[in-house]
Design a protein around this ligand. Structure first.
Ligand code: ADP
Length: 408
């Protein structure tokens, strides 16, 4: 029987999982799936095999509580005849605060520490910790590892982390933590096997999904990033505003008399592509639409990314490689074209055909700045961390060997 690592990426409305079988030179997905629409009344579970074929589909109406839903999911994973024995689990945890700069083996003390970080990410952290607690209860002997979205950015220097606010607030922990670290880390590990010389240089990665951020790296280490104290700052997102004048928030509270909960909802769920277009947050719908508000939303999205690119380029004093990743970054030639054409002044010479074909490099060979499209894989990054942190019998894989294989 193959030993396997179970990986979770849990949010407030969805739980995604993947089971990775431990192979000779690789970690390979055996089964994966997700529960979507938690708390909406339309909760649905879908399970898929390694070839992405649907092997299970279920509307879940009888379970409302997150912990019960999660236990139900675990039951399915256990009962599913995948020919694998789960020997460890890994979790994406949004916030590791200042304390955690690398993945950590879960203990009761660590769970307490993670819960203590909830005020820094009240909308995400509880949903990351809950699955850890459910597994701890149901499978007390299964080793679990927490992998943090903030950890990759702990290489930022003090200047990049500091907001120009009162020193006491900074010392209290109001600093730029940055997020999407597991995605950036995956690409930082892979880049040396795709483009060894470029990897040593100055790189900006645009992780453009429903949540979106950008990261500037030197020698594959995070130097600056667009998300900050929370995952609201930076580029415009699917439903989040990104950077806005903080005075707008005061205006909403003081003049429009909105409650804190209403303002929070407006900034997290009713802004970004959805707010500007008035249509929705799915980039596919917006690029296909004739509605002028959809076009405005798409234009603003690309404009804000290009502006942040300028700022990050300054932070690393030049740019050798720009990388697009995540849902929009990997699949939208329109957005990549819009960002790249705004950046032609700095030396981006797009190859339209390569861009339209989603090729690995989408600039001309002469382009002073290379632009690449690299699919991210946060789940695999978590599984690799689990293999490193947990002493799994018979586990001989090295991170380098795994990335060398992917980079081939
Ligand atoms: P997240 O992990 O943040 O939920 P993803 O990285 O999966 O998000 O990206 C989701 C987004 O990617 C969707 O909102 C959609 O707008 C966009 N997307 C997916 N496929 C395409 C496509 N073919 N063209 C343009 N955008 C796409």
């Amino acid at each position: 029987m193959t030993n396997a690592i179970l990986v979770f990426n849990s949010g407030s409305s969805s739980v995604k999982f993947s089971v990775f079988g431990i192979g000779e030179n690789s970690l390979d997905v055996i089964i994966k799936g997700q529960i979507d629409g938690i708390g909406t009344g339309h909760t649905k579970f879908i399970g898929k095999d390694a070839d992405n074929n649907k092997v299970a589909e279920e509307e879940i109406t009888h379970l409302k509580e997150f912990s019960l839903l999660f236990a139900h999911l675990l039951e399915w994973i256990e009962s599913h005849d995948s020919g694998a024995k789960i020997v460890a689990a890994g979790h994406r945890v949004v916030h590791g605060g200042k304390e955690f700069s690398k993945p950590v083996l879960i203990t009761p003390e660590i769970i307490e520490q993670l819960e203590g970080l909830t005020p820094l990410a009240p909308l995400h952290q509880p949903y990351n910790v809950e699955p850890i607690k459910v597994i701890e209860q149901l499978y007390p002997h299964l080793p679990q590892v927490a992998c943090f979205d903030t950890a990759f950015h702990r290489t930022q220097d003090k200047l990049s982390e500091t907001y120009p606010i009162a020193r006491e607030l900074t010392e209290e922990g109001i600093i730029r933590y940055g997020f999407h670290g597991l995605s950036y880390e995956y690409i930082a590990n892979l880049l040396p096997y795709i483009a060894p010389q470029k990897a040593k240089g100055r790189t900006v990665i645009g992780h453009l999904g429903n949540g979106a951020s950008m990261c500037a790296m030197k020698d594959c280490k995070s130097v600056a990033t667009t998300m900050g104290f929370t995952a609201l700052e930076g580029v415009m997102m699917g439903t989040r505003c990104g950077t806005i004048d903080p005075g707008i928030i005061l205006y909403l509270l003081e003049v429009k008399k909105m409650s804190v909960a209403e303002v929070s909802h407006a900034l997290y769920y009713d802004s970004g592509l959805k707010g500007v277009s008035g249509i929705g947050n799915d980039m596919r719908d917006l690029t296909e639409s004739d509605d002028p508000h959809a076009k405005e939303a798409v234009d603003l999205f690309a404009y804000r990314i290009a502006r942040e690119l300028g700022s990050l380029t300054q932070a690393i004093e030049g740019l050798d490689t720009l990388i697009f990743t995540a849902g929009i970054g990997e699949r939208s030639p329109e957005i990549r074209e819009a960002v790249c054409s705004r950046s032609s002044w700095m030396g981006v010479d797009l190859d339209d055909e390569a861009n339209n074909n989603n090729e690995l490099f989408i600039t001309t060979p002469e382009s002073p700045i290379a632009v690449a499209v690299i699919p991210t894989n946060e789940e695999l990054m978590i599984a690799i961390h689990v293999g490193e942190v947990v002493d799994i019998e018979g586990y001989h894989l090295s991170k380098d060997a795994i990335f060398a294989e992917i980079g081939k």
